[in-house]
Design a protein around this ligand. Structure first.
Ligand SMILES: [Zn+2]
Length: 108
């Protein structure tokens, strides 16, 4: 496939792609060697769409913050605990990914 603007063959590269805050690494794209413009073939775009579908949350449940022992608490949905393969007594790390996103991650 040739760049219509520069008349040279596109090179296939691996790049990064971001959509809705989801960053995909190692995504195949075409790049014009003259100006570095990147584009995706239909197949490459479809591969990206599939990877994003895989990454987007399948389990997203709403919980209310309650008070337990005088501290703000939420109950973890059992479906999420199961899917994340967490166990009672296991340690998790809690941190802010950004101002509106709290991450609970299995501790190493
Ligand atoms: Zn070009």
């Amino acid at each position: 496939m040739k760049c219509p603007e520069h008349g040279v063959d596109y090179e296939t590269v691996r790049t990064m792609y971001e959509q809705f805050g989801v960053i995909l690494k190692d995504v195949k794209a075409l790049r014009c060697p003259v100006d570095g413009e990147e584009l995706f073939t239909l197949e490459q775009a479809e591969a990206i769409r599939q990877r994003i579908t895989t990454l987007s949350p399948r389990l997203k449940l709403v919980r209310k913050i309650t008070r337990a022992g005088g501290k703000p608490s939420i109950y973890l949905p059992p479906e999420i605990v199961k899917e994340a393969e967490l166990k009672i007594g296991q340690e998790v790390a809690v941190y802010l990914a950004d101002k509106k996103k709290i991450v609970i991650e299995a501790a190493e």
